[in-house]
Ligand binder design. Structure first.
Ligand code: HEC
Ligand SMILES: [Cu+2]
Length: 352
């Protein structure tokens, strides 16, 4: 009895220490847990975190209270050695029953009022942003299995794929559409999570409050490559954003190196233009992502690969090997030769 009780308390204390250290680790390492909601970097993210904290602290009070009574009852009313009497059998206690109906109702009310208020606030797309200027509109299209972003109000209507840029402290409104099945758009540290539904336009908005690179992904099962439908949000300074947007709005650069020039010829001659657009060339396909500035992205295939020359070559030679089921298929499943793939990779890398 003595040792088993001692073992139990040692285990309990060890458990406490472990969870405390896990908590401090977590708190110190926000960037190493990039898809967390508890380190919000936007106004809407902050609202959601506020709710979470309210519920967390209330739950803690309830937990400590209930467990406290529980432990007290176990110790105080436990059966003593040699005591074989049956305890008093009690049925019903009106005061107690009223109390344990009213207290949870009050608890639920305290949770419900701010929760509903937050839902309405989040649902109302603002007509003026944090700084007074109108929010920036971004049209988002979810597709199997990548994201497209258009900026209809900016000069040249720039377009981005899988890596969306926004300026810090400017409210953005995402208009979410699907080109095929149901997806869901979520960048946890910025807050919100919104289904992307065919035939419907949904809205999601927030004001990013910190610069940086933030991760997100599709969060509604949308087919075999659902897990590889990632998105990156870059919150830039206003000047960086202007630069980026101006570059994305421009036509593709003409290939400079001899390899890139050869690659461009092979690209135009092959199956690629049927699915891909490169602005400033005759390639105008819309099944796959726009490649006008593919060289400026940090990743390929919705976050699966770093955008390096080797990975790009590999992707062009074997998209189905890397992302099985991807909508990038070659006629008769005949890929370009490794040499052709490498030349096209040189060309595409030059499209910054
Ligand atoms: C049948 C349509 C189709 C054809 C033909 C096609 N692609 Fe694609 N391509 C796609 C689709 C769809 C994707 C998106 C794949 C994904 O991430 O799920 C894609 C993705 C890419 C990407 C990655 C872009 C990014 O930002 O992630 C590159 C690069 C690319 N294709 C190059 C080529 C080249 C070069 C050719 C010709 C040799 C080609 N594609 C032919 C449909 C096609
Ligand atoms: Cu999806």
């Amino acid at each position: 009895m003595g040792t088993s009780r001692r073992n139990l308390s040692v285990a309990f204390i060890a458990g406490l220490a472990l969870s405390a250290s896990a908590c401090t680790q977590f708190a110190a390492n926000a960037p190493s847990v990039p898809q967390t909601t508890v380190f919000p970097v936007s106004d809407v993210g902050g609202l959601i975190q506020g709710l979470y904290e309210l519920i967390f602290w209330m739950a803690l009070v309830v937990f400590v209270g209930v467990e406290g009574f529980f432990v007290y009852a176990i110790l105080r009313f436990r059966r003593r050695a040699g005591d074989n009497t049956i305890p008093a059998q009690i049925h019903g206690n009106t005061r107690l029953e009223i109390a344990w109906t009213i207290i949870p109702s009050v608890v639920l009310l305290i949770i419900a009022v701010p929760t509903i208020a937050t839902i309405f606030r989040q649902d109302a797309v603002p007509s003026a942003g944090a700084s007074g200027e109108p929010p920036m509109k971004i049209l988002v299209t979810g597709r199997q299995w990548f994201w497209e972003f258009r900026y209809p109000d900016l000069r040249g209507a720039p377009l981005a794929v899988n890596e969306v840029h926004v300026p810090v402290n400017r409210t953005v409104v995402f208009e979410l559409r699907s080109a095929d099945v149901v997806h869901s758009f979520w960048i946890p540290r910025l807050g919100g999570k919104m289904d992307v539904i065919p035939t419907r336009v949904n809205h999601l908005w927030f004001t990013p409050l910190e610069t940086g690179e933030f991760f997100g992904q599709c969060v509604e099962f949308c087919g075999i490559q659902h897990a590889n439908m990632r998105v990156r949000l870059y919150v830039d300074t206003a000047a960086e954003f202007q630069n980026w947007a101006a570059r994305q709005a421009a036509d593709a650069a003409s290939p400079a190196s001899p390899q890139a020039q050869q690659g461009a010829v092979i690209f135009q001659r092959g199956a690629c233009p049927a699915c891909h657009t490169i602005k400033g060339t005759s390639a105008g396909g819309t099944i796959g992502p726009d490649l006008t500035h593919v060289g400026s992205r940090s990743t390929l295939a919705a976050g699966m690969l770093q955008n390096t020359y080797e990975n790009l070559t590999h992707w062009i030679a074997d998209p189905q090997g890397i992302k099985p089921g991807s909508k990038m298929r070659y006629p008769n499943d005949l890929p370009p030769s490794p040499g052709e793939a490498a030349l096209m990779a040189a060309y595409l890398q030059s499209l910054k």
